[in-house]
Design a protein around this ligand. Structure first.
Ligand SMILES: Nc1ncnc2c1ncn2[C@@H]1O[C@H](COP(=O)(O)OP(=O)(O)O)[C@@H](O)[C@H]1O
Ligand SMILES: [Mg+2]
Length: 307
């Protein structure tokens, strides 16, 4: 699988009325990745996903799935955009059978087995005969994901699959996504919650007002979060000189505090040299910025803590 699962060039959507919802987005989603598509509400995630799936036409730009136009690749793709409509009075099994029957490529003779397998996959076997209306939100979302798993997929596109779920439901969906990914399916999942994406994704793209402002593997982002040594001292100048003489980068001086990137230098070596230089130390710490801090640096804004 050499072609990226998703690739877009200059993908743009301007809605009638003039608003640009998605503005020149270049996505690169490697095959086999779990790609977190992160951004605050209204930043253009759903609009982008609708274009990826060929549900709406871009104003400009191109997009491909596994190197092909969306239409040619759709049988390899399962998608969940704003949850499918399930019948409240039907059981999970009956709902999936209806969904399966709507797929002309699916063999009717094996429909029962497919739905049973999909329900098993999402942990709903015990609740398979229960009516949909008795399902919790987490169960409903899992049923929706089961619907996307009725046939074998190479790519799963999930638009905010944990929206509105309680912590238990969120954990269930997250575990399910990891599970699906472990089988080799590429997962493209949108979210407005950084912490959530951090827990299950290998790659992250960040949207802000229609633009993709950052795109990276989680590993690269983590290493961008360079650790710093911070020294609280009345002797800021002397402390900064020690850090500079050590060859540390990005030495900073503030009221009562000197700091620098610590790199591979051992913290005890730094404190030892400060002591020997006669710098009085009130506080000494090595801090690594959170992924959130890195993002704030990249995008100029934080993310909703919850909602
Ligand atoms: N059908 C539409 N017509 C006009 N504006 C729309 C339409 N769909 C979305 N928008 C606008 O486009 C922007 C991006 O929306 P959306 O893609 O839903 O963001 P997100 O999924 O990140 O919350 C928003 O400002 C939204 O109001
Ligand atoms: Mg959305």
């Amino acid at each position: 699988m050499n072609a990226p699962a998703i690739a877009t060039r200059g993908l743009t959507k301007r809605f009638p009325g003039g608003q640009v919802a998605v503005d020149g987005v270049d996505l690169a989603v490697p095959g086999g990745s779990v790609y977190g598509f992160l951004g605050p509400n209204g930043s253009g995630k759903t609009t982008t996903i609708r274009m990826l799936l060929g549900l709406i036409t871009p104003t400009a730009g191109t997009s491909t799935l596994f190197g092909d136009p969306a239409r040619a690749a759709l049988t390899r793709v399962g998608a969940l955009v704003e949850g499918p409509a399930f019948y409240p009075w039907l059981s999970g099994t009956a709902n999936l059978l209806r969904l399966d029957a709507a797929n002309p490529a699916a063999d009717a003779a094996t429909a029962r087995r497919r739905t049973a397998e999909a329900l098993d996959r999402v942990g709903l076997t015990a609740a398979a005969g229960k009516r949909y209306k008795a399902y919790s939100l987490g169960m409903r979302q899992r049923l929706a994901i089961a619907g996307t798993l009725l046939s074998r997929r190479d790519l799963l596109v999930l638009d905010e699959p944990t929206n509105g779920l309680d912590p238990q439901g969120t954990r269930e969906v997250r575990a399910l996504i990891k599970d699906v990914a472990a089988d080799g399916t590429t997962v493209f999942v949108s979210s407005h919650l950084l912490a959530e994406v951090e827990q299950m994704c290998t790659h992250i793209g960040v949207m802000r007002t229609g633009r993709l402002v950052a795109q990276s593997s989680l590993g690269d982002l983590r290493s961008a979060a360079t650790a710093r040594v911070e020294v609280d001292t009345p002797d800021v100048t002397a402390a900064a000189r020690v850090l500079t003489d050590l060859g540390l980068r990005d030495v900073t001086r503030a009221a009562g505090r000197a700091g620098a990137e610590i790199g591979t230098t051992a913290p005890e070596h730094v404190s030892d040299l400060l002591f020997r230089a006669g710098v009085s130390i009130r506080g000494f710490q090595v801090v690594r910025p959170s992924l959130e801090d890195v993002f704030v640096g990249l995008t100029g804004e934080g993310f909703d803590v919850d909602s």
